[in-house]
Design a protein around this ligand. Structure first.
Ligand SMILES: Nc1ncnc2c1ncn2[C@@H]1O[C@H](COP(=O)(O)OP(=O)(O)O)[C@@H](O)[C@H]1O
Ligand SMILES: [Mg+2]
Length: 255
């Protein structure tokens, strides 16, 4: 047998394995989600990994478990955030073995669009308490995240707060971003990747997932599998719609 190729990735997280023999039941959430039910292991060989798939396919469940397993607050924020506004998180993280590099991430952040509001509130609360350190909001561009639009504040986070080299997990970051901001997101993503950062991103955006040094895992029936960018439904449907808008609308609205 040929020797395994030398591992060239400089990722912080290199592999996630589901400890299947410890799973109590594959008929209960989160193990009943098809992508988790058939999950064995995933390798993270690229600096950017995307999870794509239908609504309800398990993207959030998986990225949350990865973030939590890597020591991040499952509700979002950095390593220092440990507030909780939601009662329960899925127990998936307790059944994932995460193989990490020896190199430690200097920075890390979990961003979930769904609970970004709570992170903003938490920053305000922490900054109201007396502290010897500069206000946290300075790292986000200085303006309360509640006084910026969702897109503006997310962008402030992305430009100012994330410095790398870090381990970053985002759940649908495009939710707040205009198409031009999504393009700008790609530029900043690239800068951070070149500085040695790793990203794990659940997304529906055909713009974001075009990032060339990325692995795209599709969550569908069966274990997550790699798909080439141009074979994703996101790319094909968007392209078809934009190149044949009239015909597609005709079909959608008149048939
Ligand atoms: N706390 C929960 N209890 C039971 N089922 C859940 C819970 N959270 C999510 N689910 C279900 O798990 C599936 C995957 O959800 P999720 O990971 O949020 O999907 P995605 O992010 O891909 O849209 C969905 O069918 C959802 O209804
Ligand atoms: Mg989701």
């Amino acid at each position: 047998m040929a020797p395994a190729p030398a591992f060239r990735s400089s990722n912080f997280l290199v592999r996630a394995t589901l400890l299947r023999d410890r799973v109590p039941s594959f008929r209960e959430y989160p193990f009943d989600i098809p992508a988790i039910r058939d999950f064995e292991a995933l390798d993270f060989e690229q600096p950017v990994t995307f999870f794509v798939g239908e609504n309800g396919s398990g993207k959030s469940t998986l990225v949350e478990a990865i973030a939590a397993g890597m020591g991040l607050n499952p509700e979002g924020g950095s390593r220092h955030f440990n507030f909780s506004t939601r009662a329960s998180h899925s127990p998936l993280k307790d059944y994932l073995r995460l193989a990490r590099a020896l190199r430690r991430a200097r920075d890390s952040y979990f961003l979930r669009a769904e609970s970004y509001f709570n992170v903003a509130t938490q920053i305000e609360k922490l900054d109201e308490e007396p502290a010897l350190t500069p206000p946290i909001i300075n790292a986000y561009g200085g303006r309360s995240l509640h006084e910026q639009s969702h897109g503006e504040s997310f962008f402030a986070l992305f430009l100012n707060r994330l410095r790398g080299p870090g381990f970053y997990v985002f759940d649908e970051p495009e939710a707040a971003l205009s198409p031009s901001r999504q393009l700008a997101f790609l530029s900043r993503l690239h800068e951070l990747v070149q500085g040695g950062s790793q990203f794990i991103i659940a997304t529906h955006s055909p713009i974001l997932m075009a990032y060339p040094q990325a692995a795209i895992y599709l969550l569908d029936d069966g274990a997550p599998s790699l798909v080439p960018y141009r074979e994703t439904e996101h790319y094909r449907v968007t392209r078809q719609f934009l190149t044949r808008t009239g015909q597609m609308l005709d079909i959608l609205l008149n048939e």
